[in-house]
Design a protein around this ligand. Structure first.
Ligand code: X8Z
Ligand code: ZN
Length: 394
């Protein structure tokens, strides 16, 4: 059905339509995606190598092959898309620094409203507007008890008239604190491009929309967490730094091949290159090729495992998250430079920096009114997506 709609708009299939939104040809976008993936792949390979070795030590070589695929179910994430659940096992220097923010949040009474207000406070500390009053009245911050809802977090601009809302089932975890910033990133983009003509209300490309809140959340450093009272004062020992870098890697680096493969699979499905009877096998082939992840058990012929990932039944394109994973470090680096940060990138928090806020506002206000390289240039000074800052961060 999607392909029929795409054909009506003059595209060969829905994959080409999706790849058509990046100010370049669909084919160029494929090349660009592969270029970025090759830039970060060596870093992912190292993380994968370390993880599978430690997993093999823990569970035994008969369960995890130290030279093979990591079984999907041991990562602590339903889709093996990020591996922070493995942190306690992979912590390089056990006990060198306590990063158990989730426990502190549970004990410190971090309810959904406190998490939402902490998120907004970050943006306003940079001189950005507060969210409209209606945001607080009309959002869903908690899982309701009296009805079923889709808990996958989302941000909404109802009627494109600055009626900003989030729909989340916020729990007191570091993960949800970060996701709160992610969603607010969408709301802030919407808010700042609200005066543009409707066709120009959007991100410079969809990866920009996904990157804004994450770029802000990269400033949730140990120093900032300490300011929030969520961890003890941190000493920057090499061991403590390495532990924090491992936690970051398990969230950010582990995600890269997942972000890359989801739409590779859909591009192949929509183009008809893979027949319906091979859809599930192709899924696991790409999981192995990109992520080095294997199915926990043999999959039956009639399985449809992609259907378990929200964005597949929701028909939400996914390449945006791969691009955002890289772009957010470019934005972070640029905001840190504006804020006058000195020292390694991973120690930078732009909390309270108006100069960084101005950089951010410049991109947000452009919406989709200029080709994305112009928007990127306005914040970073470069017109190319580049994993350099991500590599520098790690
Ligand atoms: O779907 C999301 C956001 C909503 S746009 C919560 N994300 C992807 C996912 O959960 O799979 C954010 C990171 C990747
Ligand atoms: Zn998002």
């Amino acid at each position: 059905l999607g392909n029929e709609g795409a054909a009506g708009l003059g595209y060969p299939d829905m994959g080409e339509l999706w790849r058509g939104g990046y100010d370049m040809t669909p084919a160029e976008l494929e090349t660009e995606t592969e270029r970025l993936w090759q830039q970060v792949k060596p870093m992912y390979d190292e993380l994968h190598c370390y993880a599978r070795a430690r997993l093999a030590d823990t569970y035994g070589k008969d369960k995890v092959d130290p030279k093979g695929l990591i079984p999907a179910h041991v990562t602590g994430n339903m889709w093996a898309q990020s591996w922070e659940g493995l942190y306690p096992m992979l912590e390089p220097h056990p006990g060198a620094v306590s990063l158990d923010v989730t426990r502190a949040m549970e004990e410190g009474g971090w309810d959904p409203m406190k998490i939402a207000h902490t998120g907004e406070d970050f943006f306003t500390s940079m001189g950005l507007d507060p969210m409209p009053e209606t945001f607080w009245e009309r959002s869903m911050f908690e899982q309701p008890e009296d009805k079923e809802v889709v808990c996958h977090a989302s941000a909404w601009d109802v009627e494109l008239a600055d009626d900003q809302r989030v729909k989340m089932c916020i729990r007191p975890t570091l993960d949800d604190l970060v996701t709160m910033h992610h969603e607010l990133g969408h709301n802030y983009y919407n808010h700042y491009h609200t005066d543009l003509p409707i066709l120009l209300q959007g991100g410079a490309h969809d990866g920009f929309h996904e990157a804004i809140g994450d770029a802000i959340a990269l400033s949730i450093t140990p120093g900032y967490l300490n300011q929030l009272g969520l961890i003890d004062a941190v000493e920057e020992t090499p061991e403590a730094v390495l532990n924090k870098q491992m936690l970051d890697a398990l969230q950010k680096i582990s995600f890269l091949p997942f972000g890359r493969m989801i739409d590779q699979w859909r591009w192949d499905v929509f183009s008809g290159e893979v027949a319906p009877e091979d859809w599930n096998d192709h899924w696991w082939k790409l999981r192995a090729e990109y992520q080095g992840i294997g199915a926990p058990v043999d999959r039956p012929a009639d399985a449809f495992d992609p259907g378990a990932k929200f964005h597949i039944p929701a028909n939400t394109p996914y390449l945006r998250y791969f691009l955002a994973a890289i772009l957010q470090f470019q934005m972070h680096e640029a905001m840190c430079a504006a804020a006058g940060h000195e020292g390694p990138l991973h120690t930078c928090s732009v909390y309270g920096s108006r100069a960084a806020g101005e950089k951010m506002e410049a991109v947000l206000s452009l919406g989709a009114s200029k080709p994305w390289p112009d928007a990127l240039e306005s914040i970073t000074g470069t017109r190319e997506m580049d994993a350099g800052p991500m590599l520098a961060y790690f």
